[in-house]
Ligand binder design. Structure first.
Ligand SMILES: *[C@@H]1O[C@H](CO)[C@@H](O)[C@H](O)[C@H]1NC(C)=O
Ligand SMILES: *[C@@H]1O[C@H](CO)[C@@H](O)[C@H](O)[C@H]1NC(C)=O
Ligand SMILES: *[C@@H]1O[C@H](CO)[C@@H](O)[C@H](O)[C@H]1NC(C)=O
Ligand SMILES: *[C@@H]1O[C@H](CO)[C@@H](O)[C@H](O)[C@H]1NC(C)=O
Length: 552
């Protein structure tokens, strides 16, 4: 009796401080929202977990117990998994319903993996592949994690290239009718059961010589309708052309489906697609951001949801190109408050491109799937896990916070008059007035003043604007916040790397080549309606598990 009371009190508490939300999800303008009365925003912050390679088994289960992997994903602050699957897992009965995990691993002579499985997941080893897949989904649900099923490829294996026969409708392994049959099978498998499957990505990275807009409209529409017809609860997630980079054609011609409030579009964005090092980084970031907006980001402005279902970086932290990309990505992801899925949780694959126990350097877990590969990198990325705005997160006045994309930190108070970089949980909020004064949102008597190069900026009491500096956004990235120092030099906000204090320095890289790095001076003024006074919204949905995890 006592225990029941305790639990119900605790659940009541949870519901008061908005820790949980209810499924199914739907969309409201560009936002994904929950099933509560007013539809509160649910920000998808997922991690990709591949299960589409040769063995068609979720990776890593030879290294760690399923339960422990799910627990790690939850503890790292992700609220969902984009779980990939090969089409033939749903359409080839002799494969999915008959072949067991053990047989599949043996087929590729992965004997070490079999032994590892025996130790870590003995109860899954002799399940048919499709049952093993369902076990993974269920276990993630038990840990309060949502799942998006992503049809990644047809024939199991590493993806993708233009001529691999899996690229576009009409390719050897992408018969539209087989694809639709597979989508229906998978969607109905998780229909009518109280399930944590909240969405389906219809097809990963369409590509190759056969791709064309007319077939895209025809088949993607058929696929979307097919999924919705058997599972009307889930989000239908639609990718574009050219390896999931191009949705620009939606400007001219709408994608029409018979259902409402369940359609989401998706894109991918990786640093290795371009060189981020060849020229001025402000210029590159400005140009790439503009390109993303032109190819897909414009959808948000039209009130259509967009999900970055893959992005990722080398987690070793020493890949300069990826690190530059990441800073630019983080700025846009915070600014637009994107829903996203990081590539990947994988520490190592059973086998990838013929290499057994392939080490995945883009994985947040290490080769053993036991520890976080680089907690500095993860910490940075986790700064965009909480939503900044959206339905249900409204405060009366929207405000701007100063986000520092290359560290994932925000400008916070160090003392009454001084500022430093700190956690984005409780950032100072700002208003850039029409007179270009940066004043605090909540204590409007304070404004930001620049002194000399290398010196800290300070908050000054606003006295008819007399002591305030005037600020403007500079450089092609529009992320350098510039003013004039006391002695009349042009300066930009910067971070003193020794103590994280906010200072001003000469503006870096307004011109010039790739030899200079402006990133310490990048600040993005991000719109936020997050309350400073409420705990940060926590996005797992299963009350029971959330409750357990919070107590722990
Ligand atoms: C789900 O339930 C509805 C209503 O009972 C039924 O019409 C439908 O066929 C079921 N769908 C699946 C995929 O089982
Ligand atoms: C983690 O990444 C950072 C860069 O963000 C790098 O400086 C550091 O060396 C990396 N640490 C490890 C343990 O790989
Ligand atoms: C994996 O774990 C084993 C046993 O704990 C350890 O000996 C090994 O060094 C680890 N390997 C890597 C690459 O982390
Ligand atoms: C970049 O510019 C600097 C100074 O103008 C020059 O010394 C350097 O050689 C240039 N580097 C490249 C890669 O062009």
């Amino acid at each position: 009796m006592e225990r029941v009371l305790f639990i119900s009190t605790f659940l009541l508490l949870l519901s008061i401080i908005n820790f949980t939300f209810s499924l199914p999800l739907s969309t409201n303008s560009r936002w994904i929202v929950d099933d509560s009365n007013h539809g509160r925003r649910v920000k998808l912050t997922c991690i990709n977990w591949p299960s589409h390679l040769e063995t068609a088994v979720a990776e890593g289960l030879s290294k760690q117990p399923l339960d422990s992997i799910a627990d790690k994903i939850f503890s790292m602050g992700f609220n969902c998994v984009r779980l990939t699957w090969p089409l033939y897992l749903a359409t080839d009965e002799s494969f999915s319903g008959v072949m067991t995990v053990r047989q599949s691993l043996r087929k590729f002579r992965l004997f070490e993996a079999v032994s590892g499985f025996q130790v870590n997941n003995p109860s899954i080893l002799d399940l048919p592949l499709i049952k093993a897949f369902q076990e993974v989904v269920t276990c993630l649900g038990n840990h309060g994690l949502m799942v998006i099923l992503d049809n990644h490829i047809s024939q199991p294996g590493w993806c993708c290239n233009a001529n691999d026969g899996n690229g576009f409708f009409g390719d050897k392994h992408l018969n539209p009718q087989v694809w639709i049959k597979g989508l229906k099978k998978m969607a109905s498998m998780f229909a009518n059961v109280s399930s944590n499957v909240v969405g389906m990505s219809l097809r990963n990275e369409l590509r190759g010589p056969k791709q064309n807009i007319n077939d895209w409209y025809k088949y993607m529409r058929e696929g979307a309708e097919a999924v919705h017809s058997v599972n009307p609860d889930i989000l239908v997630i639609v990718s574009g052309l050219n390896y999931e980079t191009d949705l620009s054609f939606l400007r001219e011609r709408a994608f029409e489906v018979s259902f409402r409030r369940k359609l989401v579009f998706e894109i991918h964005w990786y640093g290795f697609w371009n060189s981020w090092e060849g020229e001025n980084l402000n210029k590159i970031c400005g140009r790439e951001t503009e390109n993303i907006m032109k190819m897909s980001g414009f959808l948000l402005e039209k009130g259509i949801p967009l999900f970055v279902s893959e992005f990722g970086v080398d987690q070793r932290g020493n890949n300069a190109n990826d690190n530059m990309f990441l800073s630019c990505f983080m700025a846009l992801a915070a600014d637009l408050d994107l829903d996203w899925a990081l590539w990947t949780v994988v520490g190592s694959y059973y086998v990838r491109e013929k290499t057994i126990e392939y080490d995945e350097t883009y994985g947040v877990l290490d080769w053993n799937w036991s520890s976080i590969r680089n907690s500095t990198m993860l910490q940075m990325i986790s700064s965009i896990q909480s939503p900044f705005r959206g339905p249900g997160l409204m405060e009366t006045h929207p405000k701007k916070i100063m986000f520092h994309p290359s560290t994932g930190l925000c400008v916070v108070r160090k003392s009454l008059f001084q500022l430093k970089l700190g956690s984005c949980d409780k950032p100072e909020s700002w208003r850039l007035t029409s007179h270009r004064v940066l004043s605090l949102r909540e204590e409007e008597i304070f404004c930001l003043k620049a002194y000399e190069k290398g010196k800290s900026v300070k908050l000054r009491v606003f006295f008819f604007g007399l002591y305030c500096s005037k600020w403007k956004l500079k450089s092609e990235s529009k992320m350098q916040i510039s003013s004039v120092s006391r002695s009349g030099n042009s300066v930009c906000l910067d971070v003193d790397s020794e103590n994280n204090n906010i200072v001003t320095n000469s503006c870096k890289c307004l011109k010039g080549n790739s030899s200079c790095d402006p990133r310490s001076q990048w600040f993005k003024l991000v719109t936020s309606t997050r309350s400073r006074f409420k705990p940060k919204p926590f996005l797992q949905f299963s009350p029971k598990k959330t409750f357990l995890s919070l107590i722990r």
